[in-house]
Write a new protein. Structure first.
Lengths: 215, 1018, 470
């Protein structure tokens, strides 16, 4: 009787199998890669209502982070400066620069400026700025070299795995507490060594259990 | 103030002040996600699109799940908004809680409070340790009042003849009314405890000499005043000092529960119950309770005698006779050698021996006669445990008789203008007064109230009242100690206070509550001491009490026994016979004012465990005699009055008597409380205000299903009956004497073999190791901890139908077990939070490690990891894990019908009451007590930031511990030999429930010790 | 069996496995015609049954949608009864799924020739039952869209793994493995028959389809050699599975602390129960097939009687287990354990417990009588009651143990909702639908294997046909 499948179809079948197998592997790989926060979150750099340059203010002028983000060392959340803070200088400086029109308007109306948020954690994560700063974790560790960014960009993935890396072995990110806002700080010796000393002396033990961050 | 209000406007965008990575409303903005939601995830489509990130928090996981679907999508924009005003920024930090002192008044009882606010939202009410009537504790009512403030069903409109109008119109209308000499002007208010309001009252009565001001509360302290008037010839407040007494008698007085809306009585009483050393065993006080309904005071008592409310009078007489307090009086009430006789004899002996340390008290339901006899007994015993003071605020025209007189005037048309300042008399007034009819005869009836309730509907004008948490005021305790009531937030629904209305009525210049209060107090000499008035005012606000003010001095008064005897003899004989119905405050609705409060409606009554309704409580024996079964609906009728109510069997209730809670069956009420329970006011009359004999019971043949949290589903009496309830060594108790003889007795109640785990034993010997000890001797089962937990941990209200299905969500529940004879049992109350087992059965069965152990011995629960297999809950021997069977936090206004039952929907605005430090759980996840881990972490962080290393003992308090009026709950570091909890756990009466399972619970119990009179036995 | 039997008397006690001694061709014809018959000419009663079962399957879909939409609350589950009909049905279906592999693998290894004409449908049944079972662990989770967390998938975001101490994780592995192996086993067995159908196929489509799935089978000696090897290996692999799967399912309960669950006897007890219910279910299906497709010659009374013997044995083992539980409860002296078993028999769920004892222990005892074992009506009814009984067994163990555990304050009661009922009903619909499709479009009887048996039989009964046929 007539042959339904020629001999070649064996090969085809095998190839087909191989393709399916590879496809599955590829799909998993792709999924893993594209759900990686490093891929989907880092580099987020939205345009702000006022083209405020951290590079200029924090970098060149060297205004301390605390000056504007005044609550970070005593509260869990970082406050955003109100227009009054800005106006302290901009009453005199760049009084009538068109780029500050929105700021002046805000100052007059008292309506807050709608800054675009960049660094965000899930709602069920309880991150405390004061805890990290007092332990000696610098702004750089999570926000990168803000003082070199004209417009702020998310540098780190801020996902759980990433958090845990540091919580498991923090030494590399621990520095003397008074230096946390010195983003350009260059340690004279191995930072990990410095970190270890501080950890020993402050008994820093970052939590790695659920309730450390989820409540 | 300004700072907080300005914050409201900011925070309304996002109540938590916290910003989130990919919160749901953002997601909703991406078409891709919306499409995805509808494709993959229809269940949440609707919820995802609504606001309040804190509430929808757990759906974030759905959101990150969304990522899988749209990996390519860029992140949508979310805004951060700065605090506008720099001066706020100084002291304000987003997300950091602030505490403000204030004061709450109910039925003549005043409690000082501390209120926690988050970003301008009051979220939790605590007791104020500096206030003598709080001493740091707060009752369930006070704590739940924060939910009442957010209640969307609260009145928010000025109504004239049912039509909406504006405040301006009202002010205009009032200014037009000329009151002349006030002949037709009447004020009807709840018990006035506010000095500034009282000041306005005197002004008003001065300006309009013929006007009258009547005070009426359906549950008040009038009996106390009438009693002292009878005994001493003048109205006095009675102050029992439970902490100094060694023998205490409570005649129909539930001072640990509903008869003391301020927690301090429990605080004082528990001082005499606490056993922490050998000596304490001998120092323990002894409590005798004589009552009709089984109250938690009766449950705590060492001896309880049940009798009808009306029989208490005779018992008091007999006690006076037995003590020889009243010459020429003989014991007549005893029927031979019955329990009563033995009880009375032992009691008399005990009181005599106690002498100055004896204390006899009578409850607010007992008539003046009993109050007077009690005063006489205390006098003859030379008791040093009771003092009397004159009311600082005149009470001469208050109570049900005053109301009767007023309604008389109203119906005879003598009243042209009636101001009803708070309260809901149309609902609470005795049935025979026909208040609504009388009210219709008044030309200008003006009602100020929190709700558009029965009275609002009957009055010509209705005005929205400002809630005490959102308005300025002041309250003075019965001793006259004042405290300022400061607002946490600006009135949500543009309400006004009673004082503001009176000020307008009498045409004062200052009509703002703040000015009224501040001017009143700064005029007082307390504030005129050298130094700045402002500072004194600030201090008063800060402390929550007005330090150093002159309060009413205690009077040296005596009862003339002869006079009293003749007065009593002259009293008409009260009718008896038939079934006697007694009226009680509801542990959920009080007098009806809390009917629309979901937290309270779902709070199981301490004794009956009944939620969402009341019932006609009846003893099993009487039920048998009347051949009634639990849940039968009966008609109770007496002359003209009748009502329908469902019967509930209450072991230990007095025979031939029915107790029924007030405050239910509200018709004009918010969606939560409308039509819940049976309205007992229909059969409450002014002549028999507290208990009425001669009722007939007739079964209607209809059935009612009680929503109880403890017995639900237990249908066969075999294993559920009173005797069988505590045949397991779970809630352990003994008498002080036995315990002294054999301290091992508690441990010996359960056999614990040598145990080995198949998993390597973990060492918990480093750092902090959290543990808890609960003293069953102190615990009264008052429920304060349950509400504290609900408020602290955002646990949802599920509604009656879900409670019936056994899905209530309280993280801490209070188990009630009966022992002994079904008709006269003893009761023990046992709070059950999560035991935080070291070998937790729940942990090793969770497939995804959503629950696992912290190095500090906490049984952590990561809601965002939970997939909801419910395996952990099945394997929990204590059943303290609670599953979100439905989306209990879903918004809506009416109950949601699922065709397989209904679920109570949570109104939008009540989302503001959430504690932002605790995740709000979505449906499908398990939740449980975590020893308030958010509080632990908060203190830990502050300890670190302050550079302190060690957290002090007692620095962390769990919500339940903080509010416990009996200080029964102790939490701390069991790794610290000097911590209080470690010391308590060292006691021999400390035991772990189900230790034989090798689960090593961190929560242990201190067995209940009773202190019975040797002649009566346990 | 290989030895040639001369004594006619022996034939009486040991009748042939294939009645009427058909020729190989008759056999092929008999089985194939069911498959090959013109679809349009299929008896209408088939279509009616199929459409009914399909509608029930749709109902299942509707129920699951409703469930995911609203949450587990639409079921009767509550606190303390976290698991009720959901897990009951899961264990019930897994149990049913046991007979297939048992018949195919274990009986094959024991060279029980009589299995040949029933193993195919038993295996199919296994697959379908396991599919039905699989629905419940997935949908009983509060957030099914998160159920994939139960599988150890690499997750770069959280770096979190499963809790390998949890019996539920063991379940995930046990059940998925069992399904895979059973499927392979079933398919391997099908290959030669598919080839037969391919060769007999008249239309091009059928040729291509059967051709593709018969993997180029030519029936050469080498093919047969490999085939037998593969079959043997698969049998060897799946034999331990039969025991492991239900043992592991039983661990869900045995490893917990709840009285009534925490019992070391569970693994053997569950396996026996599973085989018991599995055989009963095969019996039900076979009897129906035997009538509707008149396969009396291939599925003889002897097959059925042998199965009944197994049902009798396993039923009695289960009965023994029940007795043991009670004895241990008393012997342990543990008040909670004692109460649980008293409560089981005399508490509010007494009716569930007693219907389980009756159906599983008492009724099967009828099989001590040969007449009963060979009476088609009796065995049909018992096969049904057995499965009712086994469903109750799971319900009694799972739900009623939960209703009243340690703290009386936390006692509860379970009321199923209509969603519970329709969901279970729906899975029955799904099961039947799949089976009907299988029965119509694939050879229900392993032609090749039966031929093997026939061959032996032919030489045995050479010259003795008259005895056989009389």
């Amino acid at each position: 009787m007539a042959v339904i499948f020629p001999k070649s179809s064996d090969i085809i079948l095998k190839v087909l199998g191989a393709v399916v197998a590879l496809g599955a592997v590829g799909a998993t790989a792709a999924y893993t890669y594209y759900t990686w926060p490093t891929v989907i979150d880092t580099g987020y750099q939205p345009a702000q209502p006022i083209p405020y340059s951290h590079k200029l203010h924090a970098g060149q002028m060297g205004i301390d982070c605390y000056y504007c983000h005044s609550t970070v060392y005593r509260a869990n959340f970082a406050a955003v400066p109100s227009q009054t803070t800005c106006m302290k200088c901009h009453m005199q400086v760049k009084k009538d620069s068109p780029r500050l029109a929105l700021l002046r308007q805000a100052a007059d109306t008292g309506e807050p400026i709608q800054w675009v948020q960049i660094h965000r954690l899930p709602d069920y994560v309880y991150f405390s700025h004061q805890a990290h700063l007092s332990a000696g974790v610098s702004c750089v560790s999570c926000h990168g070299r803000i003082d070199q960014m004209i417009e702020v960009r998310q540098e780190k993935p801020l996902n759980m795995a990433w958090c845990l890396e540091c919580h498991r072995n923090p030494e590399a990110n621990i520095r003397p507490a008074e230096l946390v806002t010195k983003l350009d700080w260059v340690p004279d010796r191995d930072p990990a060594e410095i970190g270890r000393e501080i950890i020993a002396q402050k008994h820093i033990e970052p939590p790695t259990n659920c309730s450390g961050c989820h409540r | 103030m300004s700072s907080r209000t300005s914050l409201i406007s900011i925070q309304s965008a996002n109540p938590t002040g916290k910003k989130y990575w990919r919160s749901l409303n953002d997601l909703a903005d991406t078409a891709g996600f919306r499409e995805f939601v509808h494709r993959e995830f229809p269940a949440h489509a609707s919820e995802m699109l609504d606001g309040k990130s804190r509430r929808t928090v757990l759906k974030l996981m759905a959101a990150s799940f969304g990522l899988a679907g749209l990996t390519a999508c860029r992140r949508p924009v979310e805004h951060i908004v700065p605090v506008i005003n720099a001066s706020d920024a100084e002291n304000y930090a987003p997300g950091e809680p602030f505490f403000y002192s204030t004061v709450h008044s109910m039925g003549g009882h005043v409690t000082g409070l501390l209120v926690e606010t988050h970003d301008g939202r009051p979220t939790k009410v605590e007791g104020n340790p500096d206030h003598p009537h709080s001493l740091g504790a707060a009752t369930a009512f006070e704590q739940a009042s924060v939910l009442e403030m957010y209640d969307p069903d609260r009145s928010r409109r000025v109504l004239q003849g049912g039509k909406e109008t504006r405040w301006a119109d009202f002010d205009g209308a009032v200014s037009k009314l000329g009151f002349g000499d006030g002949a037709g002007l009447r004020f009807l208010s709840e018990t006035v405890t506010s000095p500034s309001l009282n000041d306005l009252r005197t002004q008003a009565l001065k300006k309009f000499p013929k006007a009258k001001w009547v005070e009426y509360d359906p549950i008040s302290r009038d009996a106390e005043l009438a009693g002292t008037a009878l005994a001493f010839g003048q109205q006095l407040y009675v102050h029992p000092h439970f902490d100094q007494a060694s023998v205490i008698v409570a005649l129909d007085f539930d001072f640990l529960g509903l008869d003391s809306p301020s927690p301090f009585m429990t605080k004082l009483f528990s001082k005499g119950r606490r056993v922490e050393s050998e000596e304490d065993l001998d120092k323990m006080n002894r409590l005798y309770a004589i009552e009709s309904q089984f109250s938690i005071t009766g449950a705590t008592a060492d001896h309880r005698l049940r009798m009808k409310g009306s029989d208490v009078r005779q018992f008091a007489m007999d006690l006076a006779a037995a003590l020889g307090a009243m010459p020429g009086l003989n014991v007549v009430g005893n029927g031979g050698a019955d329990k009563r006789a033995k009880f009375l004899a032992a009691l008399a002996k005990d009181l005599k021996s106690a002498g100055a340390k004896a204390l006899v008290t009578a409850g607010p339901r007992q008539p003046a006669a009993v109050q007077a006899i009690v005063a006489l007994i205390n006098q003859s015993l030379g008791s040093a445990c009771v003092t009397y003071t004159k009311p600082v605020i005149d009470k001469s025209n208050s109570g049900v008789d005053a109301l009767k007189a007023l309604t008389g005037e109203m119906s005879s048309g003598q009243v042209s203008t009636l101001f009803i300042l708070g309260g809901n008399p149309a609902y609470t007034a005795p049935a025979d007064l026909q208040f609504v009819v009388a009210l219709s005869k008044v030309q200008n009836s003006i009602h100020l109230g929190l709700e558009e309730d029965e009275t609002a509907a009957a009055a010509k004008w209705h005005l929205p009242e400002a809630h005490y948490l959102e308005s300025w005021g002041d309250q003075a305790t019965s001793e006259g100690l004042g405290a300022i009531q400061q607002p946490m937030i600006e009135p949500l629904y543009s309400g006004r206070t009673a004082s503001e209305i009176v000020a307008v009525a009498i045409g004062n210049k200052e009509t703002k509550a703040h000015d009224i209060v501040k001017n009143y107090w700064t005029a007082q000499d307390t504030f005129n001491k050298p130094g700045n008035k402002q500072d004194a005012w600030k201090k008063a606000l800060h402390d929550g009490v007005i330090a150093g003010m002159k309060t009413a001095e205690t009077l040296k008064v005596t009862v003339d026994a002869k006079k009293l005897a003749t007065a009593l003899a002259a009293e008409p004989k009260a009718p008896t016979g038939g079934i006697e119905v007694g009226f009680y405050p509801s542990s959920s609705a009080w007098d009806g004012r809390f009917a629309n409060n979901g937290w309270l409606q779902e709070l199981p009554d301490s004794m009956t465990k009944l939620t969402w309704g009341n019932a006609a409580m009846i003893s099993p024996a009487t039920a048998k005699a009347q051949n009634l079964l639990d849940g039968d609906i009966v008609t109770l009728s007496r002359g003209a009055v009748k009502m329908e109510a469902a019967v509930m069997l209450q072991p230990g209730h007095a025979d031939d008597a029915i107790s029924i809670a007030l405050g239910y069956g509200r018709q004009k009420c918010g969606s939560v409380g409308r039509g819940v329970g049976f309205n007992a006011n229909l059969i409450r009359t002014s002549d028999a205000f507290w208990f009425a004999p001669g009722f007939a019971i007739a079964s209607t043949g209809k059935k009612h299903l009680h929503a109880t949290t403890q017995e639900h589903g237990v249908i066969d009496s075999l294993h559920a009956s009173a005797e069988r309830q505590n045949d397991r060594p779970l809630a352990r108790e003994g008498t002080a004497a036995e315990y002294k003889k054999n301290p091992k007795m508690i441990e010996e109640m359960a056999e614990v073999p040598e145990l080995h785990s198949i998993y390597p034993e973990l060492k918990y010997d480093k750092g902090y190791q959290w543990g808890m000890a609960i003293d069953l001797s102190s615990c009264t089962g008052c429920n304060a901890c349950v509400i504290a937990c609900v408020a602290e941990n955002n646990t949802p209200v599920v509604g009656k139908d879900q409670v019936i299905r056994g899905r209530e969500m309280h993280w801490i529940r209070i188990d009630r077990y009966y022992t002994g004879d079904e008709n006269d049992p003893q009761t023990i109350e046992q709070p059950i939070p999560c035991m935080q087992c070291e070998n937790a059965p729940c942990e090793n069965v969770c497939p995804v490690q959503a629950t696992s152990h912290s190095p500090e011995g906490l049984n952590d629960m990561a809601y965002n990891r939970c997939v909801g297999t419910r395996y952990c809950a099945n394997n929990c021997p204590f059943k303290v894990r609670h599953f979100n069977f439905l989306n209990f936090h879903k918004r809506g206004d009416e109950p949601v019908n699922l065709t397989v039952g209904t679920r109570l929907a949570e109104p939008e605005i009540t989302g503001l009451v959430y504690n932002p430090d605790v995740t709000v759980r979505m449906r499908g996840v398990m939740e449980k007590c975590t020893y308030c881990v958010q509080r632990i972490e908060e203190v830990r962080i502050h300890a670190k930031v302050d550079g302190r290393r060690q957290i002090k003992d007692g620095e962390i308090k769990t919500a339940c511990q903080q509010t416990c009026p009996a200080d029964a709950i102790t939490f701390g570091n069991i790794n610290d030999p000097n911590s209080r909890v470690t010391k308590l756990k060292k006691q021999e009466r400390n035991y772990a429930m189900l230790a034989e399972l090798d689960i090593k619970p961190r929560t242990t119990f201190l067995a209940k010790l009773r202190n019975p009179h040797p002649e009566l036995g346990a | 069996m290989s030895a040639v039997i001369q004594d006619p008397a022996l034939i009486e006690v040991n009748p042939p496995l294939v009645a009427g001694d058909p020729s190989y061709h008759d056999l092929t014809e008999k089985v194939s015609q069911i498959v090959e018959g013109d679809v349009l000419k299929t008896p209408t009663k088939y279509w009616i049954t199929l459409s009914i079962t399909s509608i029930i399957t749709v109902l299942l879909g509707a129920m699951l949608t409703f469930l995911v939409w609203n949450g587990i609350g639409v079921w009767g589950n509550n606190r303390p009864i976290g698991w009720a009909w959901d897990i009951t049905n899961f264990v019930f279906w897994i149990g049913i799924g046991h007979a297939g592999t048992l018949i195919s693998a274990i009986l094959f290894l024991f060279r029980q020739k009589w299995r040949t004409s029933i193993n195919r449908s038993a295996e199919a049944m296994t697959l379908f039952a396991v599919m039905c079972a699989g629905i419940f662990p997935l949908f009983h989770t509060g957030r099914p869209w998160r159920a994939y967390w139960l599988f150890p998938i690499p997750n770069t975001d959280l770096n979190l793994w499963q809790n390998f101490r949890s019996p539920l994780i063991w379940d995930v592995f046990a059940v998925s493995t069992y399904f895979t192996v059973s499927a392979l086993f079933w398919f391997t067995g099908l290959v030669p028959d598919l080839a037969t159908l391919r060769d007999r196929a008249t239309s091009r489509i059928k040729q291509v389809l059967f051709g593709f799935f018969s993997l180029g089978w030519r029936g050469s000696a080498r093919h047969w050699n490999n085939y037998e090897k593969a079959y043997l290996i698969l049998a060897a692999i799946s034999t331990p599975l039969v025991l492991s799967v239900h043992s592991i399912v039983s661990f869900d309960f045995a490893t917990s602390v709840i009285p009534g669950w925490h019992t070391t006897i569970f693994p053997p007890y569950f396996v026996a129960g599973a085989i018991f219910s599995g055989f009963a279910c095969v019996m039900t299906l076979l009897l129906i097939a035997r009538w509707t497709l008149n396969l009396q010659e291939l599925i003889t009374i002897k097959h059925l009687e042998n199965m009944n013997k197994i049902i009798l044995v396993t039923g009695s083992i289960v009965g023994y287990a029940y007795a043991c539980e009670f004895f241990i409860a008393w012997y342990s002296g543990d008040i909670y354990e004692r109460f649980t078993f008293l409560n089981r028999a005399f508490g509010p769920y007494w009716w569930a417990a007693w219907s389980m004892y009756t159906c599983n222990v008492f009724i099967p005892q009828l099989y001590w009588f040969r007449s009963m074992r060979r009476n088609l009506w009796v065995m049909f009814i018992i096969s049904i009651t057995t499965n009712i009984g086994m469903w109750f067994e799971r319900f009694v163990i799972i739900a009623t143990s939960l209703t009243r555990d340690f703290l009386p304050s936390a006692w509860g009661f379970f009321h199923p909702t209509w969603v519970d009922m329709c969901t279970f009903f729906g899975t029955i619909g799904l099961f039947l639908t799949l089976f009907l499709i299988f029965a119509r479009f694939l050879p229900m009887i392993a032609i090749s294997e039966v031929k093997g048996v026939l061959a032996v039989q032919k030489q045995q009964f050479k010259g003795q046909r008259e005895i056989v046929t009389k």
